[in-house]
Write a new protein. Structure first.
Length: 344
């Protein structure tokens, strides 16, 4: 494999953003304005050891870097690679520690390996931190000094951005807002704690509440979408039923709104950010309820100026990992003054 860097600091410099999941690797070419120019997806091989996992990532990088050409066919310089990887990981060293859905990597120096192969700067962080940085640099958080970002999907991940930079804490493990307990008698979360907001308001929890209501005999189009099989009800089915005005789906979402209002009230009292941004796969379902979440925070927030903090949707949705990876890289290269920030 050959280096993907070329000449220094050309105006059309690009970075590669990489989003690693348990089953896929997505990679994209991203410019300094946060625009994703091209992207691809490849399988992630998790059962063939560390080298097999690394090969999945380099295949994605090789494929997308081959498309980095301008209208004249000239190769555009790739100035770095930014990677979103499941955690736990160490963002300072770029070591992936022991992610449950990536059994191929244990204490694996991902950043060092990719940098060794391609001879460019490489940054690694978790998906929420990276997506929050992308929103701060290029998305809905532009112009705000302190940003709180949440991605709601299969789980709930969060990022804290202070003065435009990710707050990692002492060891790099800060920002796990999805694992704040709001009900100590609540269901046990996958992390082991009871009543985390993730266990109560993420996608699987929404589907679980819908199933519980229908098991009591409630009539709902959700069951029709599941072809009569309660165990097959998914979050996506709840969203479809909600769009059609289904009463059970509405009830489930209003309960979710109350839980999120409690949690966001705590976030405001703890951080008082300038803006709170919601992304992830469940964001579209929550969009009609963002104003209601803010209104309901009145009973869960000491700070009586909470309504001055916008609660808004993220710019990047399914592409948040690619944009986030790129943001990590541009931020690092910018700080090293190898690349000037956009607009200079």
């Amino acid at each position: 494999m050959t280096p993907i860097a070329e000449s220094k600091n050309e105006p059309n410099d690009l970075v590669i953003g990489v989003d690693i999941g348990g089953t896929k690797v997505a990679a994209g070419l991203v410019d300094a304005t946060g625009k994703i120019l091209r992207q691809n997806r490849n399988p992630m091989v998790c059962n063939d050891g560390a080298a097999g996992g690394l090969a999945s990532v380099t295949t994605a990088i090789e494929t997308i870097s081959a498309q980095a050409v301008d209208a004249t066919g000239k190769r555009s310089p790739i100035r770095g690679v930014g990677i979103c990887s499941p955690g736990p990981l160490d963002p300072k060293t770029g070591v992936v520690i022991n992610p449950p859905n990536l059994p191929c990597w244990r204490d694996f120096p991902l950043a060092a390996e990719i940098s060794r192969i391609y001879h460019v700067p490489v940054k690694v962080d978790n998906d929420a931190n990276a997506a929050g940085l992308a929103e701060t640099m290029w998305g809905s958080g532009q112009g705000y000094r302190n940003v709180f970002y949440v991605t709601v999907g299969t789980g709930i991940g969060t990022a804290i951005l202070m003065d435009g930079h990710i707050y990692h804490g002492r060891t790099g493990a800060a920002g796990e807002g999805g694992h704040m307990t709001i009900d100590y008698k609540g269901p046990r979360c996958g992390c082991g704690k009871p009543g985390c907001i993730e266990a109560l308001a993420a996608g699987p929890a929404i589907a679980r509440r819908a199933r519980a209501k229908i098991e009591t005999g409630r009539t709902s189009t959700i069951l029709d979408l599941a072809k009569g099989k309660i165990d097959d009800i998914t979050t996506e089915m709840v969203a479809q039923a909600l769009a059609a005005g289904d009463p059970v789906a509405k009830e489930v979402l209003h309960e979710t709104v109350e839980l999120l209002a409690i949690w966001f009230g705590n976030i405001v009292d703890l951080l008082e950010p300038d803006v709170m941004i919601v992304g992830g796969g469940v964001a579209s379902m929550l969009e009609p309820f963002l104003a209601e979440i803010t209104d309901r925070m009145s009973g869960w927030c000491v700070n009586q100026r909470y309504k001055e903090i916008p609660l808004i949707l993220a710019r990047y949705r399914q592409d948040a990992g690619i944009a986030g990876g790129a943001a990590l890289c541009f931020d690092a290269v910018r700080d090293a003054r190898s690349i000037e920030p956009a607009g200079r």
